[in-house]
Design a protein around this ligand. Sequence first.
Ligand SMILES: NC(=O)c1ccc[n+]([C@@H]2O[C@H](COP(=O)([O-])OP(=O)(O)OC[C@H]3O[C@@H](n4cnc5c(N)ncnc54)[C@H](OP(=O)(O)O)[C@@H]3O)[C@@H](O)[C@H]2O)c1
Length: 149
Amino acid sequence: MVGPGTGVAPFRGFVQERAALARDGQTVGKTILFFGCRKAAEDFMYQDEWEQYKKDMGDAFEMHVAFSREGPNKVYVQHKIKEQAVEINKLLQEKAFFYVCGDAANMAREVNTILGQIIAEQRGVPESKGEEVVKAMRASNQYQEDVWS
Ligand SMILES: NC(=O)c1ccc[n+]([C@@H]2O[C@H](COP(=O)([O-])OP(=O)(O)OC[C@H]3O[C@@H](n4cnc5c(N)ncnc54)[C@H](OP(=O)(O)O)[C@@H]3O)[C@@H](O)[C@H]2O)c1
């Protein structure tokens, strides 16, 4: 799940559902959330809730947060996605779903691009092939977006 800013809204529900299942003793699949905001102290939405979900789900829940205005350089969700390239590629090969929500003008396009690059690098294929894999993921609904601008 990739949901910077207000794009995190639907994923809060996804994670809440899995946290509830985990609390009931059920096994839940690996759940990774990439969130981005300006500063931890300003707009890190539902910060306390995520901590609770981590307690509920243990290792099944991972959250990676990109703070864009805390240091000298902008850090965005796509940078965090790149850092997790090995695991993302592994999960996609196991047929994990990839969800993106938020800004369509820049973020969603850049996330699409970075995913193609990750697939190409990790699978040792040309970048054009990585792009094709992402297109095929979209066609089969493995890659789903709810984006606006
Ligand atoms: N006044 C405020 O304090 C405040 C706070 C939050 C949101 N807002 C406004 O509320 C509206 C919606 O906000 P939102 O929370 O959905 O989004 P947002 O706060 O505008 O953006 C969420 C995060 O995405 C980052 N971002 C910007 N361009 C990106 C890109 N190309 N790829 C990946 N990440 C990117 C932003 O970084 P950067 O913005 O640092 O580039 C920010 O860290 C916007 O109009 C926003 O301006 C205002």
